[in-house]
Design a protein. Sequence first.
Length: 158
Amino acid sequence: MDSFKGKLIRLKNELNVETDKEVAEYLEMTNNAFTVRKSRNSFPEKELFALKAKRPELNLDMDYILLGHRRETYEAMEKEALKDMPKPDFSDKTGLLVQLFMQCDDQGRAAILSVAQTMAAIAKTTQSNHATKMHIDNVEQQNNIEHLEGGIHFKKGK
């Protein structure tokens, strides 16, 4: 099935019509003009978009008509693909960072990316190395105990 025929079949399905003449009427084309477009395999997309704008109550699924896939299919695929992705946190600081990033030239953007990658790696190392953090906490506690036993008061810094 060629592209025009497939689109036409799907459009007829969406409009719940059977004939090319009925499609032409919906698209506000003469039957002759529609037949000429059909013979040239030139689907009347401009007229279809005009129909969608003029008659929203028809609830035409443009993805289905033009691409052959229902909108819900894409939404389900997108949802499945994104389900395990972390949710973005677009705080004011994030927006400011993006804005400043966009104002930079290529060299500035490269510098920002380099710093961000370094900081992310540090955060990942710190977060993933829970045992090291626990060990450091234990050493700090032991130092505090030793200093207190010796009569020296140790204040932990910030």
